[in-house]
Design a protein around this ligand. Structure first.
Ligand SMILES: *Cc1c(COP(=O)(O)O)cnc(C)c1O
Length: 307
């Protein structure tokens, strides 16, 4: 993406992202080795999997003369935040279609997005549900516009995510990551070596649809073995978390010196340790956990008094 970012922002992205070895007494107990791929550190504003997923969308926009990116998200969306920043740095106009009606928006995610020049359009939940319906989308289409699906999850996201695999200087037995729409998981499946396994932790309730979505985004995934989605670590649902989970996350962060938030990375790490405790991961495994970023979400949780 550096090539399409403006000169003053070049070099801001840290690639390859750092790989951090994690030390924790439970890892010794379970006899596994755990590393964290710190994609949260790729870029101060375009973090984690959103950077990976946007890269080829931006290249596509450039190649096809698109000057305007339009996408969808909730009021605290990491994707909306990243897209606004990426558009600002690449000289592309951006529009965010935001779920919910707000007359005075003062949350930090949307404040940043506005500051980076994003036009915000608020739609009611009923309309928002039609975000994949071509008839509804037609009102936003224009020759200079690239419509990016919610979360940046489209087949264009796959190659950018797959690139992270080559940045790790060894072949792990197991990759672990949080998943919601499945776009990041699809990219990882596309890029993994045959022997490598993937455990995706669904951060939402009712994640049965995710496997189908992965196969829609990357049809070859249906025939690639070695990946599974754990559906029972959602802790109540998307963006929900118990005081116990948040306490666990804070303790884990303090022990390992790894910053986490409770919606994606913290919940997935908690899920991984529940899988380890249940004996579902082989002793001796060398594991790489992908920190998908999203640390900007902590500010929103604090503003809402939820932490
Ligand atoms: C969006 C997001 C995810 C979910 O990724 P999907 O590709 O939708 O599965 C995971 N982690 C973070 C930090 C995110 O912002």
């Amino acid at each position: 993406m550096q090539a399409i970012l403006s000169a003053e922002s070049e070099g801001q992205a840290i690639l390859p992202s750092p790989l951090q070895r994690l030390h924790h007494p439970l890892l010794t107990l379970y006899g596994v080795e755990l590393w964290c791929k710190r994609d949260d550190l790729i870029h101060p504003a375009i973090s984690g999997n959103k950077w990976r997923k946007l890269k080829y969308h931006l290249l596509h926009a450039k190649e096809h003369g698109k000057r305007h990116l339009l996408s969808f998200g909730g009021a605290y969306s990491n994707h909306i935040h990243a897209l606004a920043a990426a558009g600002c740095q690449s000289g592309l106009r951006t529009t965010g279609i935001i779920r919910g009606e707000y007359d005075a928006v003062s949350n930090s995610t949307l404040r940043d997005a506005r500051r980076w020049g994003m036009a915000l359009v608020f739609v009611d939940r009923q309309s928002y549900r039609r975000r994949q319906d071509p008839d509804w989308l037609a009102q936003f289409d224009a020759p200079d516009t690239l419509i990016v699906p919610e979360g940046g999850s489209s087949p264009l996201a796959t190659p950018g995510v797959a690139e992270l695999i080559g940045e790790v200087p060894f072949s792990p037995d197991l990759w672990v990551l949080p998943c919601a729409s499945g776009g990041t998981l699809a990219g990882l499946i596309a890029g993994k070596r045959d022997r490598e396994q993937i455990l995706a932790i669904a951060v939402l309730k009712g994640g049965g649809f995710i496997a189908d979505e992965v196969c829609r985004l990357h049809p070859a995934a249906a025939h690639i073995p070695g990946w599974r989605i754990a559906l029972d670590h959602h802790d109540g649902g998307y963006a929900k978390f118990s005081p116990a989970l948040w306490q666990w996350v804070q303790d884990f962060s303090a022990t390992t010196d790894l910053p986490l938030e409770p919606i994606y990375s913290g919940k997935a790490m908690w899920g991984l340790f529940r899988e380890l405790a249940a004996g579902r991961i082989a002793t001796g495994s060398k594991i790489v956990f992908i920190h998908t970023g999203g640390m900007q979400g902590l500010a929103g949780l604090r503003e809402q008094g939820r932490l």
